[in-house]
Ligand binder design. Structure first.
Ligand code: HEM
Length: 415
C-alpha cells in the first residue's frame, strides 16, 4: 500500500503531498526494524531526489527530517536521537540565545502536554477497541488506568499554566484522560498535529513501546528546558544578578520535580514487552542524550575519568565543548563568591538554590536507577555499558563541588 502510494506520488514529487500517513502506517504495522527492503529502497530514492525537489522550503525540510528518522537503520545511523525522532519535534535548540530562556517553559509545556496527550490517546483507543496499531501484548485495563493517572499527574502543572486544566473535571482517571486529550487536541495547530503523527516510529509492534517513546521524548523536552534555565542562571550569576539566577535555578528544579510522575507512568510498562522490543533497539540508548549531558556539563566540568568515559564519548558534540572550557554554574558561583561582588546573603541564596537543584537531580538518578533495575535485571544496556552497574557507579557523582545537595545521601536513597 505504502509502496503503491509512493510510486504514484513520485510522478509529481510534491513534498507537501508526500504520503506520510501511508508510510507511517506501514512502519507501525511491522515495526521499523522489519520494514521491507522494497519500501526502504523507495524512500532512499526519494531522499536522493531531495536536492532537486521544488516546493516550499519548510515542506522539503520536513520531508528530509522524516527520512532522516525513517532510514536510520538501513543507513547504519540508528541511535537515540533518530529512534526518538527528535528532529521532528522542533525542540528548542541547545544553543538558543539565553534571552529566549523566559519563553522556553511555555514552548516546552506545550510540547510535553501534546506528547503525553498523544500517549494517552493511544491507550484510550486500545482500551475502547478502536485501534489495531501495535497490538502485541495489550495492557490490562488496570494498567491502562494507571497510565492515565500518572500521565495526567505529569502534565497537570503544565496544563494549568496553559489554562487548560479547568476543563479536566472528572473524578475518574480514564474520563479525565479523555477530557485532557480533547482539550489538547482542540488547542493544537496543524503543524503540531503533524509533528505528533510523524514522530512515532517504534522498532517493533509491542503496544508498550508507544508509551516508552513518548515518555522518553517528554523527558528530552525537560532536559532541553533545563539547559535553557541553567544557561540563563549562569548568565545572571556572571552579571551579579543573584535574584535572577535563583529564579532560573528554581525553574530548573521545578521542571525536574514535575517530571517525576513520568517514571511512575513508565513503571507500568510490561517487562515482557520491554524485553522483547529492546532486542531491536540495540545502539540507541539515553546515554547518547545530548540534553542530559549538557545539563551535567552546565552544572560543573566533569572529572577527567567521567569526561573520558562512555558517558561523554557517547555524545561527541558535548564532549568537544568540554575542551573549550565550557561555562558552568560551579565555576561561576566560586568566582562570584570569591570576588566579593555579592553579599553573603545573596551568595547563600544562590548556593541554596543550587543545592536544591542538586537534590532534585540526585533523586532523578535514584528513581531512574531503580526503574532500570526492575526492567532490566542483569541484562546489559543498549548503550554498550554493562547496564545497571554503570548506573549504580554514576548515580552519586556530585552535581556541584561548591555546594552539596540539600538532602543528605541517605534521604535521597530512601525515597
Ligand atoms: C525501562 C526503563 C529504562 C531502563 C531499563 C534504562 C536503562 C539504562 C541503562 C542500562 C543505562 C546505561 C547506559 C546503557 O548502556 O544504555 C541508562 C542510561 C541513561 N538513561 Fe536510562 N533506562 C530507562 C529509562 C530511562 C528514561 C525514561 C530516561 C529519560 C530520558 C532515561 C535516561 C537515561 C540517561 C540520561 C542515561 C545516561 C546516564 C549517564 O550516562 O549518566 N532512561 N539507562
Amino acid at each position: 500500500m505504502a509502496t503503491a502510494e509512493l510510486a504514484s506520488w513520485v510522478q509529481e514529487a510534491d513534498p507537501g503531498r508526500f504520503p506520510y500517513d501511508a508510510v507511517v502506517r506501514e512502519y507501525q504495522r511491522v515495526g521499523k526494524h522489519f520494514v521491507s527492503k522494497e519500501l526502504l529502497d523507495r524512500l532512499t530514492a526519494v531522499r536522493d531526489r531531495l536536492p532537486m525537489m521544488h516546493g516550499p522550503w519548510p515542506e522539503v525540510r520536513a520531508l528530509a527530517s522524516f527520512l532522516d528518522t525513517a532510514l536510520d537503520k538501513p543507513d547504519g545511523r540508528y541511535d537515540y536521537p533518530t529512534y526518538l525522532a527528535l528532529s521532528m519535534l522542533e525542540l528548542p535548540g541547545l544553543d538558543e540565545p539565553v534571552a529566549t530562556a523566559p519563553f522556553a517553559r511555555s514552548r516546552c509545556d506545550r510540547l510535553s502536554v501534546q506528547l503525553i496527550a498523544d500517549a494517552l490517546d493511544f491507550e484510550l483507543a486500545a482500551l475502547d477497541g478502536l485501534s489495531m496499531r501495535l497490538s502485541e501484548l495489550r495492557p490490562s485495563r488496570d494498567l491502562a488506568v494507571k497510565r492515565c493517572k500518572h500521565g495526567l499527574r505529569a502534565v497537570l502543572p503544565a496544563l494549568t499554566r496553559m489554562s487548560l486544566a479547568r476543563g479536566v473535571t472528572s473524578e475518574d482517571h480514564v474520563d479525565r484522560a479523555r477530557q485532557m486529550r480533547s482539550l489538547v487536541r482542540a488547542d493544537m495547530a496543524i503543524a503540531e498535529r503533524r509533528a505528533m503523527d510523524l514522530s512515532i516510529l517504534p522498532v517493533y509492534v509491542s503496544h508498550d513501546e508507544y508509551m516508552f517513546l513518548r515518555v522518553l521524548q517528554t523527558f528530552e523536552t525537560t532536559f532541553v528546558l533545563l539547559t535553557m534555565h541553567l544557561r540563563a542562571a549562569i548568565d545572571a550569576l556572571s552579571g551579579r544578578r543573584a535574584d535572577e539566577a535563583v529564579h532560573f535555578l528554581n525553574g530548573a528544579e521545578d521542571s525536574l520535580r514535575e517530571s517525576a510522575p513520568l517514571f511512575s507512568m513508565l513503571a507500568t510498562m510490561q517487562i515482557e514487552s520491554f524485553r522483547t522490543f529492546r532486542e531491536f533497539t540495540e545502539g540507541a540508548s539515553a546515554i547518547q542524550s545530548r540534553g542530559y549531558k549538557l545539563v551535567e556539563a552546565l552544572c560543573r566540568t566533569p572529572d577527567r575519568e567521567r569526561a573520558e568515559s562512555p558517558a561523554f564519548h557517547s555524545v561527541p558534540e558535548i564532549h568537544a565543548r568540554l575542551a573549550g572550557g565550557h561555562p558552568n554554574l560551579d565555576d561561576t558561583y566560586r568566582e562570584v563568591r570569591d570576588s566579593g561582588d555579592l553579599g553573603p546573603a545573596e551568595c547563600a541564596r544562590v548556593g541554596a538554590a543550587m543545592s536544591t537543584f542538586a537534590s532534585a537531580l540526585h533523586r532523578w538518578r535514584g528513581t531512574h536507577y531503580r526503574l532500570a533495575v526492575r526492567m532490566l535485571g542483569e541484562a546489559t544496556g543498549t548503550g554498550y555499558t554493562e547496564g545497571t552497574p554503570y548506573l549504580a557507579a554514576v548515580r552519586d557523582i556530585p552535581v556541584f563541588h561548591q555546594v552539596s545537595p540539600a538532602d543528605n545521601e541517605a534521604t535521597v536513597r530512601s525515597r
